[in-house]
Write a protein that binds this ligand. Structure first.
Ligand code: MTE
Ligand code: MO
Length: 404
């Protein structure tokens, strides 16, 4: 493959992360990264996530950590110590995971509203679901409109296996959804400080009631008890939907006539046009779209050695199977079918892909484009919106590299 001689402007990171990202080649040894994280401006891991691998993460803040593009690994499942973390509120005390079986969950909006302990749930059913957890704002850092919020690049995402009980089982056990209920509304277990209107801060999200068919109440992730950082002792997970819809330390699942009155439902996570404030008149951020990105190369402005190169990446269908991925090394002028690697774990998991190519010295613009079973192909342009949600533009995720 010959280098492209067309020099295009490519999406460079604007925010503070840009310099540190560009300067990190491969993963640095732990000692070096620790030294770096103790230095003046780099925030370090918070206590509740102290077991995470700082080499693999961009630490935006104590409640916001993303996986580096080169740190997803070549396995399908994202190792927990590299998985991103996002909290809208400070997490509850670590104590709630000490005796997970005693955690209580209230089921409302069913014929017989009931409170169950996790210990009881474990006797009632068992299911596992491989799924992508991805923040609604993943890729926000590439929006030229500079939306407020964390400037995530690609790493507010991971593919994990959750184990727990299907919500459907609990609906059956409680007599079925009550008449007229259109939404499943789930509430996080964070304590709300006294004296403020709970609606302004509480993490409570509604999804269409029929989506309960695929939802799980999970107490395990990748075969270990769910840690607090990822919502232990119990988390509602909604496969195919963005991260915010998967409520951590869930204390109630209610079937409701209306969507939650919480700000996070009414005004945040809405596809408002540029310049408009989010409000219920705009679509809620629910389903994830078809998307992919390359993980090797892994940095903007990286230099690779000429010869045979394995262009690698991750591809997801969103809400149906991902059926193909193409790779371009010339900024999207020509596309080449990539090969899937590893197992297919269903529509809600991602697949790894590889495109082996001989590259001569020169400049290349590398990106990927996925297609799903519904016939949707990842678009060149992002869906513009005021808060930078759901970026799946292949152009925005492109890397300009040098082969020497
Ligand atoms: N209770 C509760 N659940 C929550 C959140 C939160 O702040 N509180 N954040 C949401 C958001 S915005 C995302 S992207 C995911 C992040 O999941 P993770 O931290 O396990 O990666 O959790 C979601 N569930
Ligand atoms: Mo998120």
């Amino acid at each position: 493959m010959k280098p492209t001689n067309i020099s295009r402007r490519h999406a460079m990171l604007r925010a503070g992360g840009a310099l540190s990202l560009a300067s990190i080649g491969t993963l640095t040894p732990i000692s070096k990264a620790l030294a770096a994280s103790e230095s003046k401006d780099a925030p370090s891991l918070p206590d509740y996530a102290s077991w995470k691998n700082p080499d693999a993460l961009i630490i935006h803040s104590a409640n916001t950590m993303e996986t580096k593009r080169g740190a997803f690994g070549d396995g399908l499942i994202t190792p927990l110590d590299r998985l991103f973390v996002r909290n809208n509120l400070n997490p509850p005390s670590e104590e709630i995971t000490e005796d997970p079986d005693s955690w209580e969950i209230r089921i409302e909006g069913v014929k017989n509203p009931t409170t169950f302990t996790v210990g009881e749930l474990k006797r009632m059913g068992l299911e596992s679901v491989p799924m992508i957890l991805q923040c609604s704002g993943n890729g926000r850092g590439y929006f030229p409109s500079e939306p407020s919020g964390t400037q995530w690049t690609v790493g507010a995402a991971g593919c994990v296996i959750f184990t727990g009980i299907p919500v459907k089982k609990l609906i059956e056990a409680t007599g079925g959804i009550a008449d007229g209920m259109k939404y499943m509304t789930s509430t996080g277990g964070e304590e709300i400080p006294e004296g403020i209107d709970p609606d302004t801060v509480k993490v409570e999200r509604s999804v269409p009631a029929e989506i309960s068919d695929r939802a799980l109440l999970a107490w395990e992730i990748n075969g270990v008890p769910l840690p607090l950082a990822h919502g232990g002792p119990l988390r509602l997970v909604v496969p195919g939907f963005t991260g915010v819809n998967s409520i951590k330390y869930v204390k109630q699942v209610a079937f409701t006539e209306d969507q939650s009155s919480a700000n996070i439902q009414q005004n945040s996570y809405r596809m408002a046009p540029l310049g408009e404030k989010g409000s219920p008149e705009y679509d809620s951020v629910w389903e994830m779209p078809v998307k992919s990105w390359v993980t090797q190369p892994s940095e903007p402005d990286q230099t690779l050695k000429s010869g045979l190169v394995q262009i690698k990446g991750l591809a997801m269908g969103g809400n149906s199977d991902v059926t193909g991925v193409e790779v371009s090394v010339d900024g999207g002028d020509t596309w080449h079918e990539a090969k899937f690697v590893g197992p297919d774990l269903g529509p809600y998991a991602w697949r790894q892909f590889v495109y082996p190519v001989e590259l001569e010295p020169g400049k290349y613009e590398v990106t990927s484009r996925a297609t799903n079973a519904d016939g949707q192909t990842q678009p060149k342009e992002r869906m513009e919106n005021n808060r930078g949600y759901l970026n799946n533009s292949w152009h925005d995720h492109m890397l300009s590299i040098t082969v020497a």
